[in-house]
Design a protein around this ligand. Structure first.
Ligand code: 5AD
Ligand code: FES
Length: 363
């Protein structure tokens, strides 16, 4: 794309949300021109600032456990990977982490873990949610596909947001990334169930996947618009050596993976305007300043890991996970400095709810 084409496109995108068509989204996502990229990113950053200011909202990420029933071809903690030591935190550990999270001034927390559909797990999560209520945090869950009544029970126990990435909105690609037992339709149905339960709903996709086209990525953004998502978490796919997809995933450089991931953030901000978008850790796995670049490309949320360092090696979804040895307090100072360097600051004490959620529930 040329700089002039980028300026014309941005002119349309800034006027109203949902202002771009599929071809334009595909052009943003596949852009390699440095001058055009600057124009596009500056406009996405302007929209980020318009809707959430020059601040970044933090959610401490707790990796609850790595036991997972799923066998996704790309993921390092897939069921078939026997090289992983499986763990699950105790309710006491979760409570202690939530307390530390509150002490850090992070007003929101994410409880993420492998997918387990079992009554014992449902109750464990309920118990965690009840125990951490007293810290008055915005609580996000990211625990995969569940029945609607499980989502409802967790909501009643204190969760207000749920992240469930669709991974890719292309059912063709989806079936090339998962065994036949994993159903694209059920995942979409889970997103609908989460909406019915009243959650702020987050979804997202991976970019730079083998076989993925710019049009597939444009369709991902149109999917976010169609399900009216409140929060988006996206990142570059990064091969993990112990997974089947790694064998077919070569050929894309780290810089290319970052570029397309940043382009996705920019295109999503330009199209959706007021959603929360995370600058995900996978960006930082590929470049030391990956997450700051994510903010400058239009993201407004970060999820620093607060899990005890001793567990972090057992929760490696992809190769090169950063901060394996830095504890939560080190990361807190590090992120503060990194944000200050780009003229942003941490939105301490604020839950950083999705502006889109309030806009849509008010109408
Ligand atoms: N590279 C990048 N992201 C990955 N995820 C899982 N495996 C990988 C990988 N190899 C992402 C998925 C999942 C989220 C928790 O992590 O999108 O939803
Ligand atoms: Fe963890 Fe910088 S964010 S060390």
């Amino acid at each position: 794309m040329t700089k002039v084409e980028a300026e014309t496109l941005v002119g349309k995108a800034l006027v109203r949300p949902h202002g771009l068509v599929r071809e334009e989204l595909a052009a943003v996502v596949s852009n390699t021109d440095a001058e055009a990229a600057e124009v596009l990113r500056a406009a996405a950053y302007e929209l980020k600032c318009r809707h959430s200011g020059k601040v970044v909202s933090m959610r401490g990420l707790v990796e609850l456990g790595n036991v997972c029933a799923k066998d996704c071809f790309y993921c390092g903690i897939r069921r078939s990977n026997v090289n992983v030591d499986r763990y699950r935190l105790s309710v006491d550990e979760v409570e202690r982490l939530a307390e530390a999270n509150a002490r850090f001034g992070y007003a929101s927390i994410v409880l993420q873990g492998g997918e387990v559909e079992a009554e014992a797990n449902t109750e464990f999560v309920e118990e965690c949610l009840r125990r951490i209520r007293r810290f008055d945090l915005g609580v996000t869950l990211s625990l995969g596909e569940q029945d609607e009544d499980v989502y409802r029970r967790w909501k009643e126990a204190g969760a207000s947001r749920y992240l469930l990435r669709i991974e890719t909105s292309s059912s063709r690609l989806y079936s090339s990334l998962h065994p036949p037992s994993h159903s694209f339709e059920r995942r979409v149905e889970c997103l609908r169930a989460l909406r019915r339960c009243g959650y702020q709903v987050g979804t997202g996709t991976m970019s730079a996947l083998p076989g993925q086209t710019p049009e597939d990525l444009a369709d991902d953004i149109l999917f976010f618009a169609a399900i009216d998502a409140d929060m988006i978490g996206m990142g570059p796919y990064i091969p993990h050596p112990d997974t089947p997809l790694a064998a077919v995933a070569g050929g894309i450089s780290a810089e290319d993976r970052i570029r397309v991931a940043l382009n996705m953030i920019t295109a999503t901000r330009l199209h959706l305007h007021d959603v929360n978008i995370a600058a995900t850790t996978a960006l930082q796995a590929l470049a030391h300043d990956g997450r700051e670049r994510g903010i400058l490309a239009g993201a407004n949320v970060m999820m620093p890991n607060i899990t005890d360092v001793k567990y972090r090696r057992n929760y490696q979804l992809y190769a090169g996970k950063p901060c394996l040895d830095e504890n939560a307090s080190l990361c807190r100072g590090c992120l503060e400095r990194r944000l200050a360097a780009i003229g942003e600051r941490v939105n301490y004490g604020s839950r950083g709810d999705s502006p889109h959620f309030f806009a849509r529930t008010a109408r």
